[in-house]
Design a protein around this ligand. Sequence first.
Ligand code: HEC
Ligand code: HEC
Length: 281
Amino acid sequence: MRLRSRDILLTAAVAAPAMLFTFSRMTAQAPRTPAQRPSWTVGSQGPLPEHAKFTPQQAENGGALFIQNCAFCHGKDAGGGETGPDLTRSKLVTGDKNGEAIGAVIRNGRLDKGMPRFSLSDTEILNLVAFIHAQQDASLSQSGNRRGVDESDLHTGNAEAGKKYFEGPGGCTQCHSATGDLAGIASKFSGLRLEMQMLYPRDAKTKATVKTKSGQTFTGTVEYEDEFTLGIRDSSGIYRSWPMTAITAKLDKPVEAHVTAMSKYTDDDIHNVLAYIQTLK
Ligand code: HEC
Ligand code: HEC
């Protein structure tokens, strides 16, 4: 069943009349509460997060769906409301490339946290994803009215605690070493760019093994990927692409575990780890 605002209003009316007031007020003006915004996310410096290219039509259709289903919690522009966080500053949205992370939240909800579950078609979900990414890109590229962390936010962490976290509960050493691959990372990137790189490493390559219907096999790194098309470049530099329907593909995305993990850390963990990473000059 598709959850519409009316259903929520009805539920809310039965459950708690006070909430009905809140919801209708939000529908009217979608106010923002700064306290609800995550205290850190990517800033507007540096390049925008990478994600699949969506058509303006997808974003437009998604905008209509968003107004219908999501806006009374997340605000009309996805900038946050009283009962839903600002999606333009969401780490999860930043890490999402093609709807895999956003789609999962929409389909499963987070019922214990007040995010309902929606049954929408794949196309509808992709349209919503297109809209949310477009809103985030627009918000991150706004100059003057800069949103996202301040440079000074980057110095609030505790490097010692960050080191402990890195080596312990953060599980970072499963894949990284401060004296190996991350040695000198703070000389390569600084400030918000470093944070961004930690949050969403841009250059990480996905490897693909593609099998065509006629039984040929190709391997390479993924250069283009959306719902319908996969394009890879092989080791000799040749680019090939196929409609998804013509192939079976096995993708190896080493960075996925990293991005998934990043969205689970608390703000404190992130600040501390960032403070630690900043010492790796
Ligand atoms: C009844 C209010 C409500 C509605 C309606 C709602 N959300 Fe949410 N949503 C939330 C809350 C609350 C959270 C935060 C959950 C948490 O703290 O983990 C959330 C979280 C999310 C997140 C994850 C953000 C992050 O950084 O973890 C996404 C993405 C999202 N919502 C998208 C949507 C979309 C798309 C719709 C419409 C199809 C929608 N939401 C409708 C309340 C709502
Ligand atoms: C499951 C493996 C895995 C885990 C766990 C993991 N990462 Fe990563 N991380 C990666 C991969 C893969 C990349 C991309 C590497 C590349 O492009 O060279 C990456 C990239 C990075 C980068 C950017 C490196 C660069 O050179 O641009 C930073 C910083 C980073 N991770 C920090 C962390 C921290 C801090 C943690 C723990 C809180 C963590 N990672 C946990 C796999 C992981």
